[in-house]
Design a protein around this ligand. Structure first.
Ligand SMILES: Nc1ncnc2c1ncn2[C@@H]1O[C@H](COP(=O)(O)OP(=O)(O)OP(=O)(O)O)[C@@H](O)[C@H]1O
Length: 560
């Protein structure tokens, strides 16, 4: 997992290295600001010569300035790297998500995905921007300190300091390591669930209010909140223990240096200068070693988030782009012909076969209907045609080509689906209409609205096409949203048009008018998924799905 984590930062390696180098110099300057006065005091105590006051002041100012400037360089390069990394991580996540949409992303839940795209990415970024450079200096500075102590006060002193540093690092990393890892993983999962609950509650606010289920829903959020609070408490206890260890090692180190150093001074093996300098090395090393404490918090969190992101990124897509994709041009005469050959399909993870051995051929320009009881597999048939899923057996063909060989972009450019529950994006009605064909002219937009019986509704709106329908189309009626989606479908002018229950929210007169205007609105091959017999009178062929099997059915008699 650490390797995976490091692979995420490849693009910002240069800036991160610069930040680590600047931090090393900052800490060295900080250490020198402590060690230099200690050296001066030691020499004065021993009656040895010291540099003049002007030189001392110049050195101290020089060190302080160098410390400030390199600290600035560290922050600048660290934050620049952090923002670049944030961008790379988000782009990388979105690129991985695109092939997973719509089937795999839908099964994950939008709240969970949002939580991964924000919190998990942030935690990985925090690790690199604010932990990696400090960890590098946490190794370099203590080693330098051990080297200097050995030179000044002998190998014994160096070994003693090294042992204390190692023991401190082991305590800081080790305290609560195992529990931090499991707690972080639990926290990442709980946060994802919490985000999903909140997203469901926001989407289902009307139902929740009408059903009076606020308490019940709030309780679920409370339970997840309590789980998060309890794991945060565990993390805080470990954090407290680590902070105590972070202070404790310094006291132990100072005593050790005095215990070992005073006899050496008394024996004349070293002077006061050496002892004071080695003593000063302890607080001088402390800021560098404290990064290990931060690592105890950020590493488990970053690992848990990286594992979550990897799990998401490595989820196998429901369908894959062909290696040598065939392009089907919408102008090709056959682009509007659709066929199913002995197609069987069951949803992954279920035993039930929704469609069994389906054979179907719909000719260019034909208007066909697919009927069947609720849950019989009508929408599934449509999602096989757009390759939301691939069948386990048989072939779905467009223009006589197995659609698994057709480029996904080309396939989806040839087929438009008007969904039973259309999704409106935020923005104006015009922006929603232009979703599939941004370059459509005003005339084309108005013609599509007329064909979908939407022109009157738009004319009645103060801002016409520039009216904002509100989040999720909240300011439109169900029927208006459905007609907007139909107009959007017509506007795209793709060779194949799948209309999934597009008149289910319309009154009988509007439904009849929509069906009457349809032949003028589109010359595409139309597959209507329908229940109502009024719809079936406008189609040329009717197919019925019953218990997974598809068969041709009779059109209703006139007046039926
Ligand atoms: N993503 C999915 N995962 C598992 N099962 C699913 C999934 N989507 C649909 N199903 C199941 O597949 C069956 C067919 O669903 P489908 O949506 O195709 O029915 P339908 O005929 O369009 O129904 P309706 O007329 O109610 O819209 C149903 O039993 C449904 O529960």
């Amino acid at each position: 997992m650490i390797g995976h984590l490091l692979s995420m930062a490849r693009g910002s390696a240069g800036l991160l290295a610069l930040s680590a180098a600047a931090r090393t110099v900052t800490l060295l300057c900080g250490a020198a600001l402590l060690v230099f006065p200690a050296w001066l005091v030691g020499r004065l105590a021993e009656g040895l010569s010291v540099p003049g006051l002007g030189t001392v002041i110049a050195v101290m100012i020089g060190l302080a300035l160098a410390k400030g400037l390199t600290r600035y360089a560290e922050q600048l390069s660290g934050h620049t790297a952090a923002f670049a990394l944030l961008e790379q991580l988000r782009v990388r996540l979105y690129e991985k998500l695109i092939p997973l949409a719509p089937a795999v992303t839908a099964s994950r839940g939008s709240g969970r995905l949002l939580s991964s795209a924000t919190r998990d990415v942030d935690r990985v970024e925090v690790f690199f921007a604010h932990t990696l450079a400090p960890v590098i200096t946490a190794v370099l500075l203590p080693l330098a300190s051990v080297g200097l102590a050995s030179m000044l006060a002998g190998a014994g002193m160096g070994i003693a300091l090294l042992s204390i540093y190692l023991a401190a690092a082991a305590a800081l990393i080790g305290i609560g390591r195992r529990s931090s890892r499991t707690t972080s993983t639990t926290q990442v999962r709980t946060r994802g669930s919490l985000a999903q609950e909140v997203s469901d509650d926001l989407r289902g606010r009307s139902e929740i209010t009408i059903f009076g289920a606020q308490e019940q829903r709030a309780q679920r959020v409370d339970e997840l909140g309590a789980q998060l609070a309890s794991s945060a408490r565990r993390t805080s206890v470990m954090q407290g223990l680590r902070a105590a260890a972070g202070q404790g090692w310094q006291v132990a180190a100072l005593f050790t240096v005095l215990l070992l150093g005073l006899p050496l001074v008394r024996g004349g093996e070293i002077g006061w200068t050496e002892l004071l300098v080695v003593l000063a090395l302890v607080p001088a090393t402390a800021p560098a070693l404290s990064a290990v404490e931060a690592l105890g918090i950020s590493l488990p969190a970053a690992l848990a988030s990286a594992a979550n992101l990897r799990d998401l990124e490595e989820s196998p897509p429901a369908v894959v782009e062909p290696t040598q994709p065939v392009m089907v041009h919408p102008e090709e005469p056959g682009a509007a012909s659709v066929s199913f050959r002995d197609v069987s399909f069951g949803y992954p993870g279920t035993d039930r076969e929704v469609l069994s051995g389906v054979d179907l051929r719909i000719e260019p320009g034909e208007v066909a209907a697919v009927v069947g009881v609720s849950g019989s597999g009508k929408s599934t048939l449509a999602s096989l045609l757009t390759r939301v899923w691939d069948p386990q057996q048989g072939q779905v063909q467009l223009a006589g080509t197995d659609i698994r060989e057709v480029s996904l972009r080309s396939l989806r450019a040839n087929i438009t689906v008007v969904e039973q529950r259309p999704v409106l994006v935020s923005g104006t009605i015009r922006e929603n209409l232009l979703l599939g064909i941004p370059a459509a002219s005003e005339q084309e937009i108005l013609a599509a609205c007329r064909a979908a019986c939407l022109e009157g509704d738009i004319a009645a709106m103060a801002e016409g096409l520039d009216t904002e329908p509100g989040a999720e189309g909240a300011r439109l009626s169900g029927g208006q949203a459905q007609r907007l989606a139909l107009a959007r479908g017509y506007l795209r002018r793709s060779p194949v048009l799948i209309l999934d229950e597009i008149t289910s929210a319309q009154d009988p007169l509007t439904q009849a008018e929509i069906l009457r205007r349809m032949p003028e609105a589109t010359s595409a091959t139309v597959i209507m998924i329908a229940h109502r017999s009024a719809v079936l009178r406008h189609v040329q062929t009717v197919y019925e799905i019953d218990q997974g099997l598809l068969r041709a059915a009779a059109r209703p008699a006139p007046g039926a």
